[in-house]
Design a protein around this ligand. Sequence first.
Ligand code: ADP
Ligand code: MG
Length: 398
Amino acid sequence: MPKLTLDDIDVRGQRVLIRVDFNVPLDTSEDGSPTVADDTRIRAALPTIRHVLDNKGKVILISHLGRPGGQPNPDLSLAAVADHLGTLLDERVRFSSNTVGDTVEEVIAGMNDGSVILLENTRFDPGEKANDEEFSKALAALADIYVNDAFGAAHRAHASTAGVAKYVDTAAMGRLMESEIEALTRVRDTPDHPMVAILGGAKVSDKLGTIRALSKTADHLLIGGAMSYTFLKALGREVGRSRVEEDRLDTAESLFKEADGRIVLPNDHVVADDLDEDAEASVVEDNIPEDLMGLDIGPATVDTYREALSDAKTIVWNGPMGVFEIEQFAKGTMEIAEAVADATDDGAFSVVGGGDSVSALSRSGFTDRISHVSTGGGAMLTLLEGAELPGIAALSDA
Ligand code: ADP
Ligand code: MG
């Protein structure tokens, strides 16, 4: 169902409550004050903020940051983000240490058209994660129009991502939300073939629904990361001390069989006896000796995967191929990043998403050669799986 976008609404003079994803990593500066360590998510929200500013709306920004557990926590204040946003926008960004209530409502009533305020972390209130009706109404009381641009949080039914939309007349998608949905539904619903999906990362259990869905649409589903070992063990291979989810062996086996050859597993591995930069790494084929664990895909697997990617027209990637945080187990992930970038140069439409995947991609230096880098991990997987995202479903129909 198509949803309202910024093109459908007139924001002039309106109080526009924009849910952004400013859940950014913070650092401590030399004077002890918090600073933004990585502003990718803040930059991703700029097109929506600028649109409302340029069209003389009042911009009221809300976001969560971290997991404060429903109570105020100065370490997880958004105050530092307000300063950083002010620098990026080259505008004054006010900050409110209250998220809802009379004081905030008064401050907003006094705002000029075309000005910006950021409100404190929504998760300081227990009503946020509970999707509480009162908290949702209190948020709605701040706004004439609600805009959701927090794609990364759209798979959660919280007050600021879903509940609030019920109590405003107009609830629309922001620009980032629009571009994420466009790229991801293209991959999900109308991919050009051959389509290659690459899935890796820590846990197969997080991604079963997505694996099942992609194993139906993709021509090849290349598996890497720790999740390979659950599949390999399910198929009777020796995996040594590699990470395995014993309670998913049956599911992995039936997924593999249903996929009828489209799921491809690594056939060689970089192994070590310890998850450590000083551990002695070697490459083994097939079975992993019982005292060792698989920590990256091996060179023969990289060649096989590169070959599959070389003529792909659509590529979707979530999950690193190994423990890329440690240099000697990063090679598989870096080489797959390059293969995806090369295929994109040759005309494939490529999408990469997931917190660790995007940081691995950024380390590879190939981010700019990918068609769409998603700001969503769980949200991207949920959308690709074909399930409803509450943060999108709650918006007004176009
Ligand atoms: P994303 O955040 O992109 O969705 P995940 O969180 O699912 O990715 O997985 C990333 C994590 O998986 C990384 O921290 C990485 O070290 C870990 N990982 C990858 N391969 C292995 C492996 N073979 N053994 C243990 N951990 C692994
Ligand atoms: Mg992760």
